[in-house]
Structures are given as structure tokens and as C-alpha cells.
Design a protein around this ligand. Structure first.
Ligand code: CA
Length: 234
């Protein structure tokens, strides 16, 4: 029974927060390993190889980013950053260093659990099944056929331009992960002039959302975090 449980490494020095999260995760059926410092987290990570890491950035010994770099040297273990730092630059830095997602304190339990589920599911999908060229991506009634480069909603083909398709495909290949503007721009246009590309990206995203039938201010398949990036939900 224990062996079937996902192991989650929770790195958090605030006992009130860690107790709350640990209780919530355990009630949901996860096994929790708790570290109160960066050095302890490294030790637990290396000994137990957890399935997911929830990472506070403000730790007593080192910055939590150090653990993120340490893990990313050798593994794609999903990392959800949980931080009181709300500046866009901090989020972008964590995401561009390989964090899968970023949750800002204070947070809702339901929201954090949803992000954990998404990160675990997408990681399992990408590591076990791979993304074959002829593969398909499904998110509720949205379907992408990679080989034919076609996108369908409720079985109806959505006509996208080449660029729009490339953006949608890239986000779907990283579903559940918040992709920063610069990561998307690099993938779609190469590392060109970044400033002009943000505008181009925003125009393309607006068109994609319109074609996907999103109403202004409403999220359907793709979430936009202003100043940070986009995430294909899932
Ligand atoms: Ca802290």
C-alpha cells in the first residue's frame, strides 16, 4: 500500500504552512517527506527520489532556487514553487530555471492540490508514453493531431495559422507547465529580438483564444499569467 503512494518532498521552514500542506497531502493519499532547509531537502531528495517537490524559496540556509538547480542537473522531477515572492521577475526566474509551476502565498488548498495532480499526471505521461510524432493530445473536447498539425474542438477543425499552431503545439507538449514568454518566443521564433516578439506572441495568443471560443476574461484551455507566461491547462 505504502509503495503505491506518490512521494512528495515538501520544502518549507514555516511549520504552520508545512503542517497544513502535509495534512492536506496525506489526507489525499500522498506520502510526505518534510525538509525545513535546503541542505536537508538535498539529502532527502537524494535518498528518496520523490515524485514531486513543493519548494518554498525563502529557506533559512540557502535560497530555494539552489535546490531547483541541484535537482535539474540530473532529473525532471516536477517542482512546484510555493513562495511569498510575487514579483514577475521571481516567477520568470524560477520557471526559466525549470520549475513546472509557481503558486503564490497565500494560496488555496484546492488550487495547490490541483497543481500537484496536474504536475504528476503530465510528468507520468511525458516520461512513460513519450510524445511520438504521430501522437495526439487531448484536453477535454480539444484534440491535437501532431502529425497532421490539426486542432479540433468538439470534433470541428479549428483553422490556425502556422505560427498559431506552433504555439498551441508547444504549449500542449508542456501541458500543465507555466511557460514564460521568453521560453515560448525562443521555441517559436528562435532567440531573436525579444521585445518585438512579446507583442507578436500576444497578438497570436489573442487570435488563438478567439478561435478557441474564449470570451474576454475567461479561461478555457490556456491560462495567461500577466507578465509571466501561458499555461495549457490539463
Ligand atoms: Ca520560508
Amino acid at each position: 500500500m505504502m509503495n503505491n503512494k506518490y512521494k512528495i518532498l515538501l520544502v518549507e521552514d514555516d511549520a504552520n504552512i508545512s503542517n497544513l500542506i502535509a495534512a492536506m497531502l496525506e489526507a489525499t493519499g500522498y506520502q510526505v517527506l518534510l525538509a525545513e532547509s535546503c541542505s536537508m531537502a538535498k539529502l532527502l531528495y537524494s535518498s528518496y527520489l520523490p515524485d514531486l517537490i513543493i519548494l518554498d524559496l525563502g529557506l533559512p540556509d540557502k535560497d530555494g532556487m539552489e535546490l531547483l538547480h541541484f535537482v535539474r542537473k540530473s532529473a525532471l522531477t516536477p517542482v512546484i514553487v510555493l513562495s511569498a515572492r510575487t514579483k514577475e521577475e521571481d516567477k520568470v526566474a524560477a520557471l526559466d530555471s525549470g520549475a513546472n509551476d509557481y503558486v503564490t502565498k497565500p494560496f488555496g488548498s484546492a488550487e495547490l492540490l490541483a497543481r500537484v495532480r496536474t504536475a504528476l499526471r503530465n510528468h507520468r505521461f511525458s516520461s512513460e508514453e513519450g510524445r511520438l510524432p504521430g501522437g495526439r493530445f487531448t484536453l477535454r473536447d480539444l484534440e491535437i493531431h501532431y502529425e497532421a498539425r490539426q486542432v479540433f474542438i468538439q470534433g470541428q477543425e479549428i483553422r490556425l495559422t502556422q505560427t498559431e499552431y506552433n504555439i498551441v503545439a508547444f504549449l500542449s507538449e508542456n501541458a500543465g507547465k507555466m511557460m514564460t514568454y521568453s521560453a515560448i518566443i525562443k521555441a517559436i521564433w528562435g532567440s531573436g529580438a525579444y521585445d518585438g516578439s512579446i507583442k507578436k506572441l500576444q497578438v497570436n495568443m489573442a487570435n488563438i483564444r478567439k478561435k478557441f471560443g474564449a470570451k474576454p476574461g475567461e479561461e478555457n484551455y490556456i491560462t495567461n499569467e500577466l507578465g509571466v507566461g501561458y499555461r495549457m491547462n490539463g
